[in-house]
Design a protein around this ligand. Structure first.
Ligand SMILES: Cc1cc2nc3c(=O)[nH]c(=O)nc-3n(C[C@H](O)[C@H](O)[C@H](O)COP(=O)(O)OP(=O)(O)OC[C@H]3O[C@@H](n4cnc5c(N)ncnc54)[C@H](O)[C@@H]3O)c2cc1C
Length: 326
């Protein structure tokens, strides 16, 4: 493999996670727009279809590593098959989405390869031959610029920080499939159980409906849930104030100390727009804010600004949507 950069695809249930395309954006930046030096690695079981779709969509060549034991994500198995691969073909950079699976296996893969691991990367400086990476520190107040001193560098890409672009080339990427052996490990993933809780889905959702302290009381979360139910791939998010009040669990928190999200549509309902919150929604394609304060900070970044009491506006919104779009 002549490729300097390997991107580890994230996928589940036969669908590519959009964070994979963000990781590819980072890889493209690393090689100054030249996609031929990138290879996407797809680890799994029977991934030919999904690999073909990725090759079609990105124009980047795919190497799929298949084994029936790789059907469900397992950190140990990922680490073993990837470290075997990267001992033979040594990329300069390995790019992995910074998700609960990505940051699960990336550090142990780095140890196994003797590589540097730079996590939650939000930017790359390509000013000179040696790349440097930007990641936030001190709760988002500062950026640290980090360089790697090892031959191979693993970076995990912060979701939402890497805008995805359309296909950069007319060519369709090639797909090579390798059947691999997986040595018995100390752990085995038995199953994944889908949670009924919409909050689990934030990273994969097209629409996120987020509640702020402005909802007034926990009971008003039902309004937020009702809005989310209007959209098929939706999830519930919230500000830290809502978590601190005990109305939702911290895994729903959006922002610098919560989750960074990049949905197509983000509703900020009764959220003031503190920087710690809005820095987590930079990747949202459209923001609709509902707030009864006309000078609320959230309106500085919102595409649609609704100056209304949320308890009055949301029932009207839902009624209109059901009548006109369902
Ligand atoms: C180190 C640090 C890290 C942090 N990390 C995060 C983070 O990751 N995520 C995060 O969200 N916060 C974070 N915070 C907290 C952040 O600074 C804000 O305090 C928090 O985001 C405020 O939440 P809020 O907008 O829901 O509440 P508020 O700031 O209280 O805003 C409530 C809003 O609701 C509006 N409102 C009230 N009633 C109504 C109504 N009836 N109809 C419509 N609108 C109404 C008000 O006008 C107001 O704008 C962090 C803070 C620190 C110091």
């Amino acid at each position: 493999m002549q490729n300097k950069i390997a991107v580890i695809a994230q996928h589940a249930g036969g669908r590519t996670d959009p964070v994979t395309y963000e990781a590819i954006s980072c890889a493209v930046k690393l090689c100054a727009g030249e996609t031929s030096c990138i290879k996407i690695i797809v680890v799994g079981d029977r991934v030919e279809k999904i690999a073909g779709e990725m090759a079609e969509k990105t124009g980047v060549d795919i190497l799929a590593i298949e084994n029936s034991q790789l059907g469900l994500y397992n950190a140990e198995a990922y680490r073993e098959v990837l470290s075997d691969l990267f001992k033979e073909i040594v990329p300069e950079y390995i790019v992995i989405p910074h998700t609960s699976t990505g940051y699960d296996f990336a550090p142990s893969l780095a140890i196994k390869l003797g590589a540097t691991c730079i996590t939650a990367v939000e930017g790359v400086n390509c000013d000179n031959e040696k790349r440097s990476f930007l990641r936030t520190v001190s709760n988002g107040k500062l950026f640290a610029e980090v360089v790697s001193k090892t031959k191979t560098t693993i970076i995990t890409t912060q979701p939402g920080a890497w805008p995805t672009e359309g296909k950069r080339t007319e060519r369709k990427g090639s797909v090579e499939i390798i059947k691999t052996e997986v040595a018995p490990g100390k752990t085995k993933t038995l199953a994944f159980k889908q949670s009924d809780d919409l909050g689990m889905e934030m990273a994969n959702s097209e629409v996120i409906v987020s509640a702020g302290r402005g909802i007034g009381k926990k009971e008003n979360l039902s309004l937020i849930e009702d809005v989310a139910k209007l959209f098929p791939r939706s999830a519930i998010g919230c500000s830290r104030a809502v978590c601190d009040a005990g109305w939702l669990e911290y895994r729903h928190q959006v922002g610098i100390t919560g989750t960074t999200v990049s949905p197509r549509l983000y509703f900020a309902i009764g959220i003031s727009g503190a920087i710690q919150h809005t820095s987590g929604i930079k990747g949202a394609q459209m923001v609709v804010a509902v707030n009864n304060d006309p000078v609320a900070r959230i309106f500085n970044i919102a595409d649609y600004c609704v100056v209304e009491d949320l308890t009055q506006f949301l029932p009207v919104l839902m009624e209109e949507y059901k009548n006109n779009y369902k």
